[in-house]
Design a protein around this ligand. Sequence first.
Ligand SMILES: [Zn+2]
Length: 198
Amino acid sequence: MNLDLSTLHWNGRTVALTLRDGLIGAITPVVGPARAVIMPLPVDPHVHLDKTFTIGRARADKPGLFGAIEAIAADVLRWSADDIRNRAGLALAEARNNGIRALRSHVDWGQPEAPLAWSVLSELAQDWQSILHLQRAALVPLDLLGDAELGPAIAARVAKDNAVLGCFIYANADLDAKLARVFALAEHRGLLLDFHVD
Ligand SMILES: [Zn+2]
């Protein structure tokens, strides 16, 4: 591809870019109008790579959030490591082809122990690390993550894996106390939080 880097719009100015070893080597102000815009590669902060490419086989019987959740619950029976790796790999290739530099994938985490997709996505993150950054966020029901007995072990695992702690909140009983425990877990471990609030 032949790129003209001599008159670019960048931060409100017209500049010329000089590349060095595939990276920006110099940014030089230029007089006159810019002919193109330069911007960082995009980040997609909300994907579900464990569920990606299931639309053809996980058909919802009813509309809305809970129809989708039931359809996925049936499809989960087919989620072998190979199945997850193949589908998520397709999605990562599609992201790369669209210029995405980094993704945050939520990963359904419905039991106290880490799900299979958690480790499969860890392997994929390593395979793809030179091309894009794949970050995992645990998507745990609030009743589980906010459980005083079970939540701390999940937070410990997420911290060990340098990932993001997150949960799914929907009309939970005892909401304030459970949320307070989740925030305390994140603070204790120094973890980022990411909530699904439907
Ligand atoms: Zn989501």
